[in-house]
Ligand binder design. Structure first.
Ligand SMILES: Cc1cc2nc3c(=O)[nH]c(=O)nc-3n(C[C@H](O)[C@H](O)[C@H](O)COP(=O)(O)OP(=O)(O)OC[C@H]3O[C@@H](n4cnc5c(N)ncnc54)[C@H](O)[C@@H]3O)c2cc1C
Length: 427
């Protein structure tokens, strides 16, 4: 178990895990799923609920990847404004895709309610505060576009934002009441438990090490067993390995780092996010923050691409906390952790048909709590034969990024560039 996972707030406060012994036999299923994060667990739940036999293979434990490490903010929409998405995807798919991306709050909180998942779920809205004049204009335009499409969103003045956040750092912004937050590892485990109850079988400590054709079926092998299945769903996102050649080169993993304070005494913290919002600001290297169920403040931000980050690398998030909430300058962090966010070149999540009966969903660009839950269900639809054209998302073939090693280098250079732009825009 890697330290970056086990040191997280979520791993230390989550609901109990399910029993999911390693695969030790040669078995059959209608559908094999690789990866047990939001995508894989939501797909397993949707399939098992319809009576399809499902086996889920996970290299580590349920939610070990980004799903057990996220900020847990359930945020509707994608990076682009609705009008941009509509023109990118045309008059038929465009509006359906925008509606789907806007529906992820209903998807997540609907599943939580339906399956009685205990995960500190709060649907009290999301704030996007603007740190600069130009980014305020963008935020207000986005708010207006969602308003025109009937979403419960409102522009928020500088004064009101200061009241809701408990800091006067921002110039205003907007509020989206479709949104909320969850304890993400409890949510992932809850999805897995609901899927298991419906008949899905989970195997942890079971990395899929090969994927081969067996006539019309697929055979997925692990070190000690195999599953032969009609359909295979790959749900490995930023932790995608070489199992399917080229798939890892369709996304650029970036590192996001979070720290959580000790529970803040009421007198010190009562003005901070007092109405229970989640928040992520308009910086290019955004600061995202929220409270947890025990009154901690959780702050997240970008970090260098390394897999050995620790408390010494908390400078960026410490600076964010001290800038927004100087009264917390001597409040210590209790937990530090990080994980991989999978970015795509077009900033839109990808749903791929890789071969007959072989599908993948990945590349959520930091919006995976909602989008991965939704695309997990779409993967399940594809596996049971729903036509790709009926899915409100493009189902494409895989396109590894041209010049991938340079793209990864460029992404790191871009991070430095964005940091400088943010600093200049703040000044
Ligand atoms: C620090 C951080 C903060 C974030 N904050 C937010 C947020 O607040 N809101 C938001 O919407 N999104 C956020 N995200 C993004 C979101 O967490 C992800 O998009 C989402 O969790 C992806 O889910 P997934 O199931 O597709 O992938 P993952 O949860 O990464 O799961 C993939 C799983 O596949 C397994 N795997 C890989 N290869 C194999 C193999 N060969 N065999 C078997 N198993 C394999 C891995 O072990 C892993 O458990 C954040 C991400 C990070 C890292």
């Amino acid at each position: 178990m890697s330290q970056s996972y086990s040191s997280s707030l979520w791993a230390n406060t989550a609901a109990p895990d399910i029993q999911a012994p390693a695969l030790q036999s040669q078995d059959q299923a209608d559908v094999a799923i690789i990866g047990a994060g939001f995508t894989g667990c939501a797909a397993a739940l949707a399939l098992a609920s319809r009576g399809t036999t499902v086996r889920v293979l996970e290299s580590h434990s349920i939610g070990w990847g980004a799903s057990g490490r996220t900020g847990g903010q359930v945020i509707p929409g994608l990076k682009y404004d609705p009008s941009v998405l509509e023109s990118m995807f045309g008059p038929d798919l465009g509006p359906r895709l925008v509606a789907a991306a806007g529906s992820v709050g209903d998807e997540v909180f609907g599943l939580i309610k339906q399956h009685d998942i205990s995960c500190d779920a709060q649907r009290k809205g999301w704030l996007q505060p603007a740190f600069s004049g130009p980014s305020l204009e963008l935020a207000l335009r986005r708010c207006e576009q969602w308003q025109q499409r009937g979403a419960p969103v409102t522009a928020v003045s500088k004064e009101r934002m200061a009241q809701l956040l408990g800091t006067d750092h921002y110039l205003g912004g907007w509020e989206d009441l479709r949104a909320g937050h969850v304890q993400p590892l409890s949510y992932t485990r809850g999805l897995a438990a609901a899927a298991q109850k419906a008949g899905a079988v989970f195997h942890t400590d079971s990395p899929a090490v090969s994927l081969t054709r067996q006539g019309l079926k697929w055979r997925v092998s692990t070190p000690r067993g195999s599953i032969t299945a009609d359909q295979v769903l790959i749900a490995t996102n930023g932790y995608t390995d070489k199992l399917w050649p080229g798939l890892a080169r369709t996304v650029v993993p970036m590192i996001s780092f979070q720290a959580a304070t000790v529970p803040i005494p009421a007198a010190l913290g009562k003005s901070i996010l007092a109405q229970g919002h989640a928040a992520s600001d308009t910086r290019r290297l955004l600061w995202y923050f929220r409270r947890d169920a025990h009154g901690r403040l959780i702050m997240g931000g970008r970090a260098p691409y390394r897999e050995d980050l620790g408390p010494a690398d908390a400078g960026y998030v410490r600076n964010a906390v001290n800038t927004l909430y100087p009264q917390l300058a001597s409040t210590p962090f209790e937990f530090h952790w990080f994980g991989r966010v999978a970015m795509t070149q077009d900033h839109v999540p990808h749903l791929h048909r890789l071969d007959n009966g072989l599908w993948a969903a990945l590349g959520y660009n930091g919006r995976g709590v909602g989008m991965a839950t939704l695309l997990g269900r779409y993967l399940a639809d594809l596996a049971i034969g729903v036509a790709p054209g009926e899915i409100p998302f493009p189902v494409t073939s895989m396109q590894p990024i041209f010049g991938y090693p340079f793209t990864r280098m460029a992404a790191r250079v871009l991070t430095t560039y964005y940091r400088v732009r943010d600093q200049l825009e703040t000044a």
